[in-house]
Design a binder for this molecule. Structure first.
Ligand SMILES: [Zn+2]
Length: 186
């Protein structure tokens, strides 16, 4: 899921916890301006917000910036997102910038959540080595090697040579089966 934050009307502010001089939407604001105006400060669930990788900032019904969330900070009883506006070329930003508000629920709450199909490949998931840590790749850095080494240790007497010979034999066998199958095609 991604978090959607809806900008209100433009207004200047003083003593803003994020050091801003204005919040809210104004026409032709840049993506960076929209991200800065939209990343805080909101009444929202910090734990849920911190689980989102992407945030879309909506102004006057359309997405004005797509940000990558790197963390959240508490500002009194409110929450701000840390992160940056995604640059041109990022698939999530390119798919959604300028599009209508993706959250259609009839609620007046400026904070909403939605699924963005393009975000899937970037989402955090358990590392495939089984270490119980999360990553946006198949493995955390180095954990792929660790996972292979564990199998070599456990099943091949710690011998990489045995492992490689086993793989080559398996592939040779598979090739023999598929060529045999191919021979049977009419
Ligand atoms: Zn791991």
């Amino acid at each position: 899921m991604a978090i959607r934050l809806k900008l209100g009307n433009y207004e200047t502010v003083q003593g803003d916890p994020l050091g801003r001089s204005f919040i809210g939407y104004f026409p032709r604001m840049t993506e960076t301006e929209a991200w800065e105006a939209g990343r805080g400060v909101w009444r929202m669930n910090a734990e849920k917000a911190s689980r989102q990788r992407f945030a879309v900032i909506v102004g006057e019904g359309h997405i004005r910036a797509v940000g990558e969330v790197t963390g959240v900070t508490a500002q009194g009883d409110r929450i701000a997102l840390e992160g940056t506006a995604l640059p041109s070329g990022h698939p999530v930003r390119d798919a959604w910038l300028g599009k209508p508000d993706p959250v259609v629920n009839g609620s007046q709450n400026p904070v909403g959540y939605c699924e963005l199909p393009e975000e899937k490949e970037f989402l955090y998931r358990p590392c495939a080595c089984g270490c119980d840590e999360n990553t946006d790749r198949d493995f955390l850095p180095g954990h792929d090697v660790r996972a292979i080494q564990a199998r070599v240790r456990e099943h091949f007497d710690s011998s990489p040579l045995k492992f490689i010979q086993w793989v080559d034999d398996a592939l040779t066998g598979a090739a023999a089966i598929s060529s045999h199958t191919a021979d049977q095609q009419p």
